[in-house]
Each structure stands twice: as structure tokens, then as C-alpha cells.
Design a protein around this ligand. Structure first.
Ligand code: AMP
Length: 470
């Protein structure tokens, strides 16, 4: 399949070539021809599947006819987070270079007036988060009765963030005759209800099995003891020993852990930056840009801040904590291995977190093997107490004035390696399931984590190699 067979305009085809896209992805090949016929589209697709271009490209083609009127935009794209909205805005800058369209980005955390002025002049495209869109409407600066096409992106994320009532309110103000494109990675009942309410005879497209992780991502578990300090030792060990690590996103479950981890990694000489929900918008965008431009090698992030972000070349994802919601695992791991590239994901698992693994493995329908990282010598890093992070980003400077980096943990060869010597380099050969399961059972005492003795969690027989400190 070729882009030229989809019915897109010559101007759009030129932009596609300039962007370096050669072949449409599944969601693009299947959604674009229907979108161009002004049909409603329901796409089950994750980020990384190319779904942004699946709505941007037909929208650009359709917008070539007609023009915008003051305060009455022609198309509306709803996104759950400011970062996602900014990302779609970037897609318009790349793919809509030749179109000279007015694209208004209506997100919170930035000045209201320039946004209002842009809509007032007449916007072809409005990309918005629901809250800021409603603000503009309530102040009378925005009318939705000229909308020809509505895109609801990441609908399941909207649900998680409590935006469904806002979405319903917005949809009721749009013309009945508009076209709707609706995207979600999963289809819980609440989302299904929305689709029956707001889509008319939609063409349903499933780009990939919902809640699956891409085949191009190698995933491993790393067993760690309960405390945060050994977890940090293990993380540094991975960062230093994984030869393919070019950059990475380290996910933690709590904002406080994000801030602490950033500080710890910097102290140990790593280039690290934090991204969490308490940072203001400009700090978040600045950090993302620094990571994209390779000025920061490791982005330490919380789920809310990082979900759906499109950073094309992330070599590794590290889950410092096992995500509590299985679907977050899919979203985190989906930050690497994008657009068919090779990706690597390591998840640290303590005894207490093992209970979340079952749900994850059931959701992705595969067992994640354990990876033995070898022996880590204690860095001597004192356990740090998690502190509250002030709004707007990093902790006050007194926290940063601690003594300079201590000696990094010395790396000693592993004493026992039940798993492949270097699984990242040597892909395990797929085997028939029963035999593979037997081997995994032998190599993975970790499955019995919950049965391990209470004191310390491990006994001599199942002690992971890297815990045998000198
Ligand atoms: P998305 O799923 O929309 O977040 O897109 C994921 C990434 O894939 C983005 O970096 C896009 O620029 C890229 N992409 C989208 N469509 C294509 C394509 N047809 N060929 C190559 N890369 C693409």
C-alpha cells in the first residue's frame, strides 16, 4: 500500500514525502480513505501506531476547500493532556507546512489572551484540552457551530482523567452533521457508550490488538529487594551495563519518587531530568524538548506526565516501580520501540509488587522473563526520605547542595546467571510453550516471591545474584 493510493491531495502527499514517511501504517491505510469520504471512524489504536497522521492527513486534505470565520473554527481535536495537544500541533507544523492554515492550540498553563486572539481571527483547526476549550466558550470567544470535523483522541485516557462529562458537554454543542473520528487504545464500557452516543454508523478499525505491547520491544523483569536504595543501585547497574542504552524514560509511580530519583541519578553523574504533574507547563515542555534534543539522556517521569508522548527514538524504558494499573504498563513500554524500531523495557520488581505482574501478563498475554543483572556493590547511598515536591518543579536548592557525587557502585561480574548471559544482545530462541514454561519455572524463582520468608524476603537458595554484596 502506498500513500498515493489513499485519495490524499497532492500538497499533502508532498508533505508526507518531506516528512520521510514512505508506507502508511495500518491505521492510516484503513482510516484515511473513509475519513476522506466524510465517514465517522472509530479507531482502536495505541500511540505509536501512527494514529495522529491518520486524522491529520485527511483533515489537511479536506481543509483545502473553504476558509475559517472569526470565532468559528472548522475542525476540533480534543486531547487529554497539554503535551499530547502540543504534539498534535507539531504534527500540523510538519505535515501542514504548505497549507498556510491557522492552527490554534488551546491548552491550560499558558496565557489565555493570545489563544483568544487567534480564534477571534478565525482558526481552521483548534487543538484543545477539554478544560481550556470550555473556558474559551464560557467567555464567549468561541463558537462550535461551524465545526465540520471532530477528533476525540485517547478517549480512554480522557476517561481516566475524568473528562467524559466535559466531552459530552462539548459534543452536544457541535453540529449534528459534523464528521467524527474517535480513537482509543482500549474500549471499556463507558467509552463504548460514548461511541454509540456520538458516532453515526462508524467504520471500525482495529490497528493492533488493544492493550498489547509491540513485538519489537524486548521486555524483562529485574528482581530487587524492597528498599528504594537497592532499587536505585540496580537501576544504575542497568544504565551502566546495558550496551544498547542510548537514552531512556524511567517511570516511577509517585511524583515524590520521580523527584528523588532525578536527584539521585544526577548525583551519580547521569544526565537526568524530571517530568511530573506538579511542574508548570513551561517547565514540562522545556524538559521534553531537552530530552528530545538529547540534552538530557534520562527522563524520569510519572504516568500522567508521560502518557502518549511521542519521542521517536527512546532506546529504553525502565519501570522503577511496577505500575499498579496494568494498562499503564502498556503505555509506558510503548514509549520505546516506536514506528517498528527496536525497543527495550526493564521493570524492577520487589516482592510486594509481584502481585501486579499477573494482571500485566494477563493483559499483554505473555510472560515477561526475568533478567539477571549481575552483582552490584553497595554504593553506600543512604536511604533517602521521600519529600514533597513544591509546585513548579525541582526541590529548593538546599536539597541540591549535598556533597558531590559519591563513588558509583562498582560492577562485579555476576556470580550466577540463570537467564541468558546478555538477553538484550541474544534474543532467546522461541520454543514450544510447554518446554519454555518449564525452563522459565526453573530460571524464575521470582514467581514464588509471595511465598518467600517474611524476613527480608529472600533466603540463600533464591537470593538473586546482584544481592550477594561483597
Ligand atoms: P503516533 O502513533 O501518531 O503517536 O505516531 C508515532 C510516530 O510514528 C510519530 O513519530 C510519527 O511521526 C511516526 N509515523 C507516523 N506515520 C508514519 C509512517 N507512515 N511512516 C513512518 N513513521 C510514521
Amino acid at each position: 500500500m502506498n500513500f498515493s493510493e489513499l485519495g490524499l491531495s497532492p500538497k499533502v502527499l508532498e508533505a508526507i514525502t518531506a516528512a520521510g514517511f514512505t508506507t502508511p501504517t495500518t491505521i492510516q491505510a484503513e482510516a484515511i480513505p473513509h475519513a476522506l469520504q466524510r465517514k465517522d471512524v472509530l479507531g482502536l489504536a495505541q500511540t505509536g501506531s501512527g494514529k495522529t497522521a491518520a486524522f491529520v492527513l485527511p483533515m489537511l486534505t479536506l481543509l483545502e476547500k473553504g476558509r475559517a470565520r472569526a470565532r468559528m473554527p472548522r475542525t476540533l481535536i480534543l486531547e487529554p493532556t497539554r503535551e499530547l495537544a502540543a504534539q498534535v500541533h507539531e504534527a500540523f507544523e510538519t505535515l501542514g507546512k504548505q497549507h498556510k492554515l491557522t492552527v490554534a492550540l488551546l491548552i491550560g498553563g499558558v496565557a489565555f489572551e493570545p489563544q483568544a486572539a487567534k480564534i477571534n481571527r478565525g482558526a481552521d483547526v483548534v487543538i484543545a484540552t477539554p478544560g481550556r476549550l470550555l473556558d474559551h466558550m464560557e467567555r464567549g470567544g468561541l463558537l462550535l457551530n461551524g465545526i465540520e470535523m471532530l477528533v476525540i483522541d485517547e478517549a480512554d485516557r480522557m476517561l481516566d482523567m475524568g473528562f467524559i462529562p466535559d466531552i459530552e458537554k462539548i459534543c452536544k454543542l457541535l453540529p449534528f452533521t459534523r464528521q467524527t473520528m474517535f480513537f482509543s487504545a482500549t474500549m471499556p464500557p463507558e467509552i463504548h457508550r460514548l461511541t454509540t452516543q456520538f458516532l453515526h454508523n462508524p467504520v471500525c478499525i482495529e490497528a493492533s490488538a488493544p492493550s498489547s505491547t509491540a513485538a519489537s520491544i524486548e521486555q524483562y523483569l529485574v528482581k530487587v529487594p524492597h528498599d528504594a536504595a537497592p532499587k536505585r543501585d540496580a537501576l544504575r547497574m542497568l544504565l551502566r551495563t546495558q550496551t544498547k542504552v542510548k537514552n531512556g524514560i524511567v517511570f516511577a509511580n509517585r511524583k515524590t519518587t520521580v523527584a528523588l530519583l532525578e536527584k539521585s541519578l544526577r548525583k551519580h553523574g547521569f544526565s537526568a531530568g524530571a517530568l511530573h504533574g506538579d511542574m508548570d507547563q513551561s517547565a514540562r515542555l522545556k524538559m521534553l524538548a531537552a530530552f528530545r534534543n538529547n540534552e538530557v539522556t534520562y527522563l524520569i517521569a510519572s504516568d500522567v506526565a508521560a502518557r502518549g508522548l511521542d519521542i521517536p527514538e527512546v532506546s529504553h524504558v525502565f519501570n522503577f516501580d511496577v505500575p499498579i494499573h496494568a494498562e499503564d504498563y502498556v503505555h509506558r513500554v510503548g514509549r520505546t520501540g516506536r514506528a517498528g524500531r527496536e525497543g527495550h523495557a526493564f521493570t524492577m520488581v520487589t516482592r510486594e509488587e509481584a502481585k501486579y505482574l499477573r494482571a500485566i501478563e494477563t493483559l499483554i498475554n505473555k510472560e515477561i522473563p526475568y533478567f539477571d543483572i549481575g552483582t552490584v556493590e553497595d554504593s553506600g547511598e543512604a536511604p533517602e526520605k521521600e519529600q514533597r515536591v513544591p509546585r513548579g518543579g525541582r526541590k529548593p536548592s538546599r536539597h541540591r547542595e549535598k556533597p558531590a557525587a559519591r563513588e558509583p557502585a562498582a560492577i562485579v561480574p555476576a556470580v550466577a546467571r540463570p537467564v541468558a548471559e546478555n538477553p538484550v544482545a541474544e534474543k532467546p530462541v522461541p520454543q514450544a510453550r510447554p518446554q519454555r514454561q518449564q525452563e522459565q519455572r526453573r530460571a524464575r524463582p521470582e514467581r514464588e516471591l509471595e511465598d518467600a520468608p517474611e524476613s527480608g524476603g529472600f533466603h540463600k537458595g533464591n537470593m538473586p545474584a546482584f544481592l550477594l554484596r561483597k
